[in-house]
Design a protein around this ligand. Structure first.
Ligand code: FMN
Length: 191
């Protein structure tokens, strides 16, 4: 069982990181192998728009530090996508990843797309925000879940929307971190 987490926060010990690490802890407690990818801290480039993936399905031509992790998405069992809200939208680091996921969308002659990823994968999501209204960025969260997860044929097992981050940091919220561990166990196929 392999789980890969993409962390779109530049803060290695911020809120997104604390929640993602608890999800991975939960997965690891069931015996899963886990990897966390700190998108801001690897040499990652954005999509270069070459569209070569329309011919070579599932193959992103961009050669950078993200490429091996895109390959890992093909063989892993579960994926975590986590990021903060910046300027009313998901942080740019996560958008760069989602653009690269286009290489997993196979255009169909009749319109629409098929996923280049093998079926049966699960995913979970983490969004951290300063604002106190959980519903405020629901369109952004729905977009991320759709583009990165369900659109590629993955089934969502849980989502954490962390609010009020400046008043209630994730690392001192035991209930939230326990919820994250439970999501991690589900991601690994337990509970
Ligand atoms: C540049 C920037 C823009 C932000 N924009 C928003 C915003 O539009 N709405 C919001 O609720 N919080 C906003 N925040 C607050 C972050 O979403 C919040 O602090 C979050 O917990 C950071 O996550 P992290 O600790 O994982 O990095 C912003 C923070 C930064 C640095």
């Amino acid at each position: 069982m392999r789980i890969i987490a993409f962390n779109g926060s530049p803060r290695k010990n911020g809120n997104t990181s604390a929640i993602i690490r608890s999800i991975l802890e939960g997965a690891a407690s069931t015996g899963a192998d886990t990897t966390e990818v700190l998108l801001h801290h690897i040499d990652m480039k954005g999509c270069m728009g070459c569209l070569s993936c329309n011919e070579k399905h599932g193959q992103c031509a961009q050669k950078d530090a993200l490429k091996p992790y895109l390959e890992e998405m093909k063989t892993c069992d579960g994926v975590v996508f986590g990021c903060p809200i910046y300027m009313y939208r998901i942080a740019g680091q996560m958008k760069l990843l989602v653009d690269r996921l286009y290489s997993f969308y196979i255009p169909q002659p009749e319109g629409g797309y098929k996923s280049a990823l093998p079926p049966g994968k699960r995913f979970a999501m983490v969004i951290s925000q300063g604002a106190e209204e959980p519903e405020q960025y629901k369109k952004s969260a729905r977009w991320l879940a759709g583009m990165a997860g369900t659109g590629l044929g993955m089934a969502e097992v849980g989502r954490i929307s962390h609010i009020n981050s400046h008043i209630e940091p994730a690392r001192s919220n035991d209930r939230l971190l326990e919820e994250a561990r439970a999501i991690g166990r589900r991601l690994a196929g337990r509970d």
